[in-house]
Design a protein. Structure first.
Length: 207
């Protein structure tokens, strides 16, 4: 720090006050630079927090919980929603009984990944059937025709499903809200399926 000649003639008390004011000014300028940076960092963390609605930076869903839809042969639990991943993916636990079957279809805009936890389930892919048992993983990119049904002789199956990008949880929620008349209306269901990227191609292929 440069010392001006006039400061040399000041008394010790005056010099002390000058030094004190100089440091206070320095600290004030430093705080002005630091505080805005801290505020920006906190805001960014709050914006990107996966579970911001609960005030926690993570998502924890205990066993047997989560928004669920029970349609008899198919009982689904939403474990991580699209809203909790900024639309990146949706993660669902699917529990199926022996009568479960899903006809041939495809998705143009999103991929699906399946990890089998219990039981056995068959997937039809393009032109052949594939049996998946516990520990098996299947990834289906967009545009690939597929169908699914419980393996003959199996009583049930349980698997984790990941949909990328997210949004399948919205499909479930909106479908659940449809009336019986809506579900029986071909025009309404065609528009509904198109909106959710569910393109029907036919019934379950023969095995």
């Amino acid at each position: 720090m440069k010392v001006e000649p006039t400061e040399l003639a000041r008394t010790p008390n005056e010099s002390h006050n000058v030094t004190r004011r100089t440091w206070l000014s320095y600290l004030g300028a430093l705080a002005a630079m630091i505080v805005p940076s801290l505020a920006t960092t906190v805001a960014a963390k709050e914006t990107t927090a996966p579970n911001a609605s609960s005030g926690k930076p993570y998502v924890h869903v205990p066993s047997g919980t989560g928004t669920n839809y029970n349609w008899g042969s198919d009982h689904l639990f939403v474990k991580v929603s699209a809203a909790q991943t900024d639309g990146a993916y949706t993660l669902i636990e699917d529990n199926m009984d022996a009568s479960f079957a899903l006809g041939l279809h495809k998705h143009e805009a999103h991929a699906e990944t399946f990890y089998i936890l219990e039981g056995s389930i068959d997937f039809y892919l393009v032109d052949h059937w594939l049996t998946l048992e516990p520990g098996a993983t299947l990834h289906i990119p967009p545009g690939v025709p597929h169908a699914a049904a419980i393996t003959p002789g199996a009583k049930r199956a349980k698997m984790i499903m990941i949909f990328q990008p997210g949004g399948f949880d919205r499909f479930l929620s909106e479908y659940n809200a449809l009336s019986r008349l809506d579900r029986a209306n071909p025009l309404k269901m065609s528009a509904f399926n198109k909106r959710h990227d569910f393109i029907k191609l036919g019934p379950v292929p023969q095995r």
